[in-house]
Write a protein that binds this ligand. Structure first.
Ligand SMILES: Nc1ncnc2c1ncn2[C@@H]1O[C@H](COP(=O)(O)OP(=O)(O)OP(=O)(O)O)[C@@H](O)[C@H]1O
Ligand SMILES: [Mg+2]
Length: 168
């Protein structure tokens, strides 16, 4: 019997996003590759580009349906949801949550099963983070370099299209 693998995580994907347009392009490509039950966990410091990437993903899904809609920040509402032809889309910003105790009332656990979820500040989920997930970390490059460094890793099956979109 083969030894069980220590993890079902993908290799780490690293990419430099030289400007905001690159973040938008990657976000849009990712959005078009997402399916119901996909949870994208977006981490990085304030201003790293988590919302920019999430907005581009949502806008691309809606644009595929011929829709152009305002995509407000979920900083104060914590969650913004959108209907779409493929699934409900959940965009959450958990920065203001103290910890996982407040997660159940948001309904996020059901959303992880059924919706397309884009979650900023996912460290707040603690043990409630979904096992099957795509983690994307955005960081400011060292020194005065422009752009953002993106690292991505998927855990669980069914992420090939999303990883390809991030790498394209
Ligand atoms: N690759 C990039 N290079 C340079 N600037 C970028 C890049 N991607 C995004 N930006 C810019 O960085 C800013 C990111 O803001 P954004 O609100 O997306 O950050 P955030 O990570 O969601 O922050 P917060 O934690 O406050 O929610 C925007 O002004 C955006 O235009
Ligand atoms: Mg944000």
């Amino acid at each position: 019997m083969p030894a069980p693998s220590r993890s079902d995580a993908s290799p780490l994907l690293r990419r430099l996003l030289p400007d905001a347009e690159a973040t938008d392009r990657v976000g849009a490509a990712l959005g078009l590759a997402l399916a119901p039950g996909d949870a994208v966990l977006l981490s990085g410091d304030l201003g790293a580009g988590k919302s920019a990437l999430a907005r581009a993903a949502i806008a691309a899904i809606l644009a595929r349906e011929g829709r152009v809609e305002e995509i407000p920040s979920p900083s104060f509402t914590l969650v913004q949801t959108y209907e779409s032809d493929i699934a409900e889309i959940w965009h959450a910003d958990l920065h203001r949550l103290a910890g996982p105790a407040a997660i159940p009332e948001l309904g996020l656990e059901d959303a992880f099963d059924e919706a397309v979820c884009l979650i900023e500040w996912p460290d707040r989920l603690g043990p409630l983070a979904p096992a099957r997930r795509l983690e994307i970390a955005l960081a400011f490059p060292p020194g005065d370099a422009e752009g953002r460094e993106m690292q991505a890793r998927a855990t669980g099956p069914g992420w090939a299209a999303a990883l390809a979109a991030l790498d394209a």
